[in-house]
Design a protein around this ligand. Structure first.
Ligand code: RIB
Length: 307
């Protein structure tokens, strides 16, 4: 079977993770477990996730010339992600995400973007040929927004499928929504982007319809333990989540985005791709850490055999 070719333009971070029995309140100090480090960053997570699911992936991004930069590039290589367009930026630190994971596996993240903010149009232009020769582009919002929009414009010119994970949330011009094939926000992001507070299925449907009315072709709204909502002009399908033992939901959304993209590029129907993505997201929640928890194609096949 031909491997789907995907280019990910986005962030590469080192995640500093502490598991804590609760999130601290403002002014409060909480004693957590030992700090652990994991390779992360929404862009790199999505690149590694797609590669583990059998895609041929190229990463476009930046790391710092600090102790983490070389390891982060090495980790992408270990996961068979192409790094020809990953730059190490002099006198910059790598992106660092401070992550608290609560007892029930929810996370809270503060990101110091560092070198991620050095991803620019020139770097994307250098990657023009790989974008031209790919099947799809996956982007998020942890690099400068104008660069994300520039990359979307370029991929659209080459008629590539475009998957946008608008995280962390930013306002998106309708002209960009119209160019994207699949927009995949979570509840918080959908709330910020549409101004509609997503708190249940009904409000999720309203937020997704808002995006469709503004020009989105397909919206896949991830709803955590409530599964996901797939909405296009023609249909609205709600898929329930799988019941799993949640350890850490960090990168569940990233696993979802890439599994959905890989499914679509393998000619799955949108519903089947969303089901596949739902499993990938669930499996990524069963282990601590971002890339350490991303499932392989085999993991998903095993899961499907056992349900
Ligand atoms: O989506 C999870 C990711 O968000 C983490 O790996 C962290 O680096 C932040 O970018």
């Amino acid at each position: 079977m031909k491997k789907p070719k995907i280019v990910v333009v986005g962030s590469i971070n080192i995640d500093l993770v502490v598991k804590s029995y609760k999130f601290p309140l403002p002014g409060e100090t909480v004693i957590g477990n030992a700090m652990q480090t994991f390779p992360g960053g929404k862009g790199a997570n999505q690149a590694v996730a797609a590669s583990r699911l059998g895609a041929d992936v190229q990463m476009v991004g930046c790391v710092g010339d600090d102790v983490f930069g070389e390891d982060l590039i090495g980790n992408l290589k270990t996961n068979r992600v192409g790094t020809d367009f990953v730059r190490k930026i002099k006198d910059k630190s790598s992106g660092i995400a401070m992550i608290i994971v609560s007892e029930n596996g929810q996370n809270s993240i503060v990101l110091a973007p560092g070198a991620n903010m050095m991803v620019n149009k020139e770097l994307v232009e250098k990657a023009e040929n790989v974008i031209k020769n790919s099947d799809a582009l996956i982007v998020q919002f942890e690099i400068p927004l104008d660069v994300v929009f520039y990359t979307i414009d370029m991929a659209k010119t080459f008629k590539k499928k475009i998957f946008l994970n608008p995280a962390p949330a930013q306002k998106i011009p309708d002209a960009i929504l119209k160019k994207v094939d699949y927009i995949i926000p979570n509840e918080t992001e959908a709330t910020i982007i549409t101004g509609i507070q997503v708190k249940d299925l009904n409000t999720a449907q309203r937020a997704a319809s808002n995006l469709i009315n503004r020009g989105s072709k397909s919206v896949i709204l991830t709803l955590g333990e409530n599964g996901c909502l797939l909405v296009s002009e023609k249909e609205m399908i709600h898929l329930s989540a799988f019941s799993i033992n949640v350890v850490d939901t960090t990168s569940a959304g990233d696993a979802f985005v890439s599994a959905f993209a890989v499914g679509i590029l393998r000619n799955f129907t949108e519903k089947r791709a969303a089901e596949y993505a739902n499993i990938a997201g669930a499996l990524a929640s069963t282990k601590l850490g971002a890339q350490s928890s991303l499932p392989t194609r085999k993991d998903i096949e095993m899961f499907l055999k056992n349900i």
